[in-house]
Each structure stands twice: as C-alpha cells, then as structure tokens.
Design a binder for this molecule. Sequence first.
Ligand SMILES: Cc1cc2nc3c(=O)[nH]c(=O)nc-3n(C[C@H](O)[C@H](O)[C@H](O)COP(=O)(O)OP(=O)(O)OC[C@H]3O[C@@H](n4cnc5c(N)ncnc54)[C@H](O)[C@@H]3O)c2cc1C
Length: 459
Amino acid sequence: MIERERIRTLNAASEQPGARYVLYWMQAAQRYSQNHALCYAAERAAELRLPVVVLFTLADYPNATAPQYRWMLAGLKETAAALRKAGIAFCLRRGEPSALISEYARGAALLVCDASAARWARRIKDGLAAALRLRVLEIDGESVIPTAVASPKQEWSARTLRIKISGALVHYLDCPALKDPKSPRASALYGPAEAGLTSDDELFSAFDGAAPPAYPGDRALEQTELPLPGAKAAHKAMRVFIERRLDGYDAGRNDPLAEGCSGLSPYLHFGQLSPIELGRLALRRGGPGLSAFLEQLVIRRELCRNFVWYRPEDYDSWDALPAWSRATLLEHAGDKRSFVYLRKDFEAGSTHDRYWNAAQAQLVRTGTIHNYMRMYWGKMILAWSGHPEEAFKTAIYLNDRYALDGRDPNGWAGVAWCFGLHDRPWPSRLVFGTVRAMAYSGLKKKFDPEAYARRWLGT
Ligand SMILES: Cc1cc2nc3c(=O)[nH]c(=O)nc-3n(C[C@H](O)[C@H](O)[C@H](O)COP(=O)(O)OP(=O)(O)OC[C@H]3O[C@@H](n4cnc5c(N)ncnc54)[C@H](O)[C@@H]3O)c2cc1C
C-alpha cells in the first residue's frame, strides 16, 4: 500500500459506475516495478474488480532530440513487455495527450496520473480534471518525500529545505519495496482489442532510422554515446554504483575523471528508476558515502522539485530568479566581458576555452555533463554572453535540447543556480555582480582539466 500523502485528488467527481477499467496515464514514471501510481491504480482496480489499462501518449516535445526519443521508446518497450506479462494492458498512442486521454477515459472508472510538475503536464491534468466526469488523481512517486508535503512554499535554499525534511528521510526510505502489481483480468477479459482500445506498437520504432537535424547547427546526430536505456540497464547501473562506488562518493564526486558519481540522472528523469528505491537501497548499504549521496539525491533533487512545483508558470524563465540576483546581474550587464559569444558559438563548442568546449562535447555526445563541469559550463555561459538574460536563455536552451536528463526540475533549477537561485550573495565581481563566480583556475584545484579536455576533444 502506498502512503496516502502521495495521493492528490484533482477534482470533486466520483468514480464512474459501470466502467470497464481503471486508467493510468503513464508519463513521468515509465517503469513497471516500484511505480507508486501504477500500484495505486492496481490497488483501486482490485477493489473495484476491474483491470488496469496503462496509456502512454507520445507527444511532440519541442527540443527533445530524435536519439533521446529513441532512448525513451526503447525503455518503454521494456516496460510494455513487463506490464503485459503481468496482465496489464499497455497502449501507446501518438497525438495530443488531452484528446487521447479523454478518449480512453470514456471507459474508465477513474484516471490516475503521475505528479509531474512540468507545466505542460500540469495544464493537461488540470484541464482533464475540470472536463471529465470521473475522478482524476495524481500520485507523487517521483519524490522521496512528496513535494507538497515536504514544504507548503517555495524554499529559499538547501538549508531551509534540509531543516524541514531531513528528519523524515528514514521514515520514507526505510520502508518495504512495493509489490509488483498484477491484473490477471486485463488480458483474460478485457485485453485492448476487446475493450475497444488500440495500441500502436509500431510507434516503438517511430524515431528509428536517420533523423535529419532540426535546423542548421543542430548536433543531435552526434548523440551516439547515450547510456543503455531501460529499467534493466538502470538497475544494473544502480547496483554497480551502490556496491562499488557509493563508499567513495563523497571524495570522488567532484572529479569528472574519477567516475565517482552514479550516472543515474537519465534513468531518474525518464522514471526508468525510482528515486525511492535508489535511496532505500543506498540507505540499506550505508557506509561513508551515504550521507553525501542522500544530500544530492533527496535534498538537492527535491529542492529543484520544490522550485518547479511552486513556480509552475515561470520555472524556466529569467523572472523566476531571486530579485537580488536579477538586480545585481542587470547592474553589471554593461561590464566589459573578456569574450562574447552567441548561442551558435556555444552550441558548436567553439569558444576559446577547451575545457568549456570539452564539457559541451560531453553534453552533446553522452547527454549529460559531469556535475562539477556542469556548474562551470553554466557559469561561463553567463560570463561570455553579451547580456545575462541572453545567457540564461542560452543555457536553458542547450540543457533542454542536448541533456538526456534535461527538461527536468534539476535542469531548470541547475541553470537558475548558476544565476543565483538557492544561493546567497558573494563579494562583487565584474559581470557576475554578487552572484557566485567560477573560474578556470578553480578546475585545476579539483582535477586535471587537461585530461578531461583530451577525453572529450580527442586532442
Ligand atoms: C547548469 C546545470 C544544469 C543541470 N542540468 C541538470 C539536468 O538537466 N538534469 C539533472 O538531472 N540534473 C541537472 N543538474 C544537476 C546535476 O548536475 C545532475 O543531477 C548530476 O550531475 C547528475 O549526475 P549523476 O546522476 O551522476 O549524479 P549523482 O552525483 O550520482 O547524484 C545522484 C542523483 O542526485 C541528484 N542530484 C545530484 N546533483 C544534483 C544537483 N546539483 N541538483 C539536483 N539534483 C542533483 C540527481 O537526481 C542525480 O542523478 C544540473 C546542474 C547544473 C549546474
């Protein structure tokens, strides 16, 4: 049974009598096991003596690249197979999500959704909750501590959130794993065909084949070193990390050459891995790296979710930055920059700085950048753009386009952090004002940036 505080009812409608199934719109949690929303749907379906139908709507998501779509669809294919094996119907359809969900909702007793905070998903859920004459709920299974429970307001910094939630960490992590849901009647009595539902399984390969670049200068074709997709690959990577690298996490996490981090952010972003399962297994393993790891996985990650949750309309815009940081950056907008680049120069990785170019190459090829270099990458876009607002837009654009784990609260808040979010004023500097600055000299204190540049630039 899932914790009741993970459930939010989005309208006052009741469950529909005479329905044929319980509908789960899978979106953020693209997995079969340890999926709280799916478990809730199955629990309720069992009580109503109905099967569960899972619907995934493949929408056109501006910015995401074809290799990223392929990656997601490969993971979904694995999830579809696991669901169907458990007797749960899985339908993949392409089109406008609200229209597709409304079509499926006609036969449903209730609609269960993931609690994604992304603006587009929230608008769809709110619209459906207002329009449909059946109960619509969302389940927060992608936060260790449900976002709305962790804090009733936007938090100022990691410190203020930590005070509120660190006491609840063990409560939410030291719990038994969810039982894998089963829905035997779905295939026996109400398979997709019998229920009048259709699944377009050909869509699993919708992005196969050569995809032309979206526009001149696009580097999506170079995304050839993405990690292996899917829940099985995610679990393998998680086990290897917990068994072999968790102990050294604190010491190794700031060295991009040491492979001290987990590399799990793409799996968490697409919901191929549950953050609760990851946190629970790390807690059970324990050891010297645990507290530093939970600081990132829970406190920092959930601070980003808090930011997006409480700023749904502008989390990816300049206006969401703290007033003090916008003011100081604008005050220094006229400062002379040592270099000025346009978005296309950053995108091409053609700045004067081979370490920055190496980070951009890593982002394009693998879909992520090591955390330490990610900070440098974002701060230098601020340092070398003609205006701070232009810099902000460039960083959001590049992160959302090329990061496999992008279009995520961590990405929007991570970029905003480079511009002062969740931070405090520091001694004033040119261009940065009182926003925390970062410089190339700092890299050398942490690791060998030349070796990093050679790794990604080949020279
Ligand atoms: C400019 C910039 C852009 C960023 N863009 C993204 C993004 O698009 N997607 C993304 O997931 N993260 C982003 N981050 C945060 C962080 O860099 C990544 O989460 C981390 O590097 C992912 O690697 P990992 O899984 O090996 O992390 P690990 O160090 O192994 O940490 C485990 C998990 O904890 C969470 N985490 C770690 N560091 C942070 C952090 N600083 N803030 C929030 N959560 C964190 C992530 O979910 C991560 O997967 C960004 C940071 C900056 C400065």
